[in-house]
Design a protein around this ligand. Sequence first.
Ligand code: AKB
Length: 316
Amino acid sequence: MKKILVTGALGQIGSELTAKLRKEYGTDNVMATDVRMIEGSDVVNNGIFKTLDVMDIEAMGKLAKEHNADTIIHLASLLSAVGEQKPQFAWKLNMGGLVNALEVTKETKATLFAPSSIAAFGPNSPKDLTPQDTIQRPNTMYGVTKVSGELLSDYYFQKFGVDTRSVRFPGLISYVTPPGGGTTDYAVDIYYEALKNKKYESFIAKGTKMDMMYMPDALQAVVDLLEADTSKLIHRNAFNITAMNFDPDEIATEIKKHIPDFEFGYNVDPVRQSIAESWPNSIDPSCAVNEWGFKFEYDLSKMTTDMLEKLKAKGI
Ligand code: AKB
């Protein structure tokens, strides 16, 4: 049974991934950590929880050893839009935290999963069905940290034999914990506003397509990659994965099938729009499919039905 340490466990991915890992591998085998402590949250209440600043390598090493962690899932990271507001801090946190996680996994001989993103591509990467191996010259600080993180993780694998493996997540959509500071966040906000106010103005412009995935598929992909046979992995950091791609009009049209009086319009934010335009319209996940059997269950229509049902059940 794996012994897992999760950083950034109270974030958008962490809060749900921690619950899934506790279910898959046993509550006592998962140590959740975050820089803050949210009293009363499931992550804190339902298993082992410790506060950890990922910039503190000694504390990270100590917790990894205390837990006998053979797997570290390093999620603590600033997202794209907030990274443009605080570029220096984004570099410091995203790279500093990753280097520490790499050093700790090297010392403890653990496996490291530290997600990359579609943001690792840039304006001169091919736009459609962006291949696994292609030009990566991102022009956002978040993207720069993601592509640097991919290279550094490959380096630790090649040079020191650290078992690093990762995915390039697309925008993740979930009804549990809202994202914060991302460019794809509109595709989450829209569901909340459709239910609460029957109105939404997208900060991303009409016609701007981005890859997306429903959270249950993203969580399953992490588990599947962790369980993948190392000898079958030709790539490591990081695999393209995606379940759908759409522009704001397409998601609004899908929501209108459930809420016919939903009013949808645009109020474009130039900063997030220019980030979105630098990313692919769609990425090609075939290496993930071939090397470790990546699959997904939810398309836009199935996700929309589930999102609206789950949010309604939460009283939204
Ligand atoms: C963001 O929008 O910054 C993230 C991402 C695609 O990595 N959701």
